[in-house]
Design a protein around this ligand. Structure first.
Ligand SMILES: [Zn+2]
Length: 58
């Protein structure tokens, strides 16, 4: 029971972390960030909604 503190430092929760991926807007070609837990994002340049399926992931 006393070694519970040490186990909390193990990186087993890294699977649940979200990280940004860089994709290209299908309308204006600008570079956007799409987080790994999101399926779509709004382009800040043209306002186009870019879906993960349509976008090119770098
Ligand atoms: Zn755009």
């Amino acid at each position: 029971m006393q070694d519970n503190r040490q186990k909390q430092t193990s990186p087993c929760s890294i699977k649940n972390m979200t990280v940004p991926e860089f994709i290209t807007c299908t309308k204006c070609g600008d570079e956007l960030e799409l987080w790994t837990d999101e399926d779509e994002t709004i382009c800040q340049s043209c306002g186009h909604k870019v879906f993960r399926k349509e976008a090119i992931i770098h």
